[in-house]
Design a binder for this molecule. Structure first.
Ligand code: ADP
Ligand code: ADP
Length: 230
């Protein structure tokens, strides 16, 4: 059961930077894939193509059986199905923690406030922030803000979660609490694509590790094969 199928994807930026070169990948439902590779190799660009934050130059992408560029595909539905967490948390500063989590389901999906509020409370408890629901983002640590960002993405009930270096902007002592939430999601069966330098996470949680180099996605393998080869 394939969740994401990328076929010969190319991305050429307007400045002619060829950031993705014939990238093909299949990610199965429930799979956790970690992408590693040097800075500038195209990891972030690849993630952003998976929810059309970047439009591809050629190739095809299917998410949960929907062709991203088909005229019949509603791109907003597709995007709602693909949650994304960035290096910078990008929370709305003038909304409370709970308000941040409620915003998109209410405004984008048009769901009832009471229902959305209950769901937000449940999600915030799940990421360990049950006691911070009514404070503002500036009152939280970086690790707590990133956990809010994860809860906010989950509030759209996505089938896929993308993580672009989710712990890179955090003080070292806060990395663990964010990785723990991601581990919990993985064991819950979420399909995840994670760009990270956290090799411990890759080794422990990934079903597969893929390498990017100079815009190419190289053949991947299980973490056992990658990390434990003599
Ligand atoms: P990584 O995530 O592996 O660090 P990126 O996907 O950010 O790599 O970048 C891949 C290449 O594309 C780099 O050469 C980068 O400079 C270039 N690039 C990224 N974003 C843009 C953009 N908006 N416009 C032009 N070039 C870009
Ligand atoms: P990341 O760490 O996510 O790879 P970068 O530091 O490479 O991010 O890039 C930060 C932002 O600048 C991104 O939005 C990226 O698209 C943009 N960017 C990167 N390289 C270029 C470039 N050569 N020209 C224009 N924009 C770029």
């Amino acid at each position: 059961d394939d969740m994401i199928v990328a076929t010969n994807v190319n991305k050429i930026y307007p400045n002619q930077c060829h950031a993705l070169k014939d990238v093909s990948a299949t990610i199965k439902r429930g799979e956790v894939v970690v992408i590693i590779g040097p800075s500038g190799s195209g990891k972030s660009t690849f993630l952003r193509t998976l929810n059309q934050l970047e439009v591809i130059s050629s190739g095809a992408i299917q998410v949960d059986g929907m062709d991203m560029y088909a005229k019949t595909t509603n791109i907003n539905d597709l995007r709602a199905n693909v949650g994304m967490v960035f290096q910078s948390f990008n929370l709305f500063p003038h909304k409370t923690v709970k308000g941040n989590v409620m915003l998109a389901p209410e405004k984008v999906l048009g769901r009832k406030k009471a229902e959305v509020e209950l769901e937000a409370e449940k999600l915030l408890k799940r990421v360990g922030l049950g006691d911070k629901m009514n404070v503002f983002p500036s009152q939280l640590s970086g690790g707590q803000q990133q956990r809010v960002a994860i809860a906010r993405a989950l509030a759209m009930k996505p089938d896929v979660m993308l993580f672009d270096e989710p712990t890179s902007a955090l003080d070292p002592e806060m990395v663990g609490e964010v990785l723990d939430v991601m581990k919990d999601l993985a064991s819950d069966g979420m399909t995840m694509v994670v760009v990270t330098h956290e090799m411990g996470f890759a080794r422990e949680v990934a079903d597969r590790v893929l390498f990017m180099e100079d815009g190419e996605l190289l053949v991947g393998d299980t973490p056992e094969h990658i990390f434990d080869t003599p």
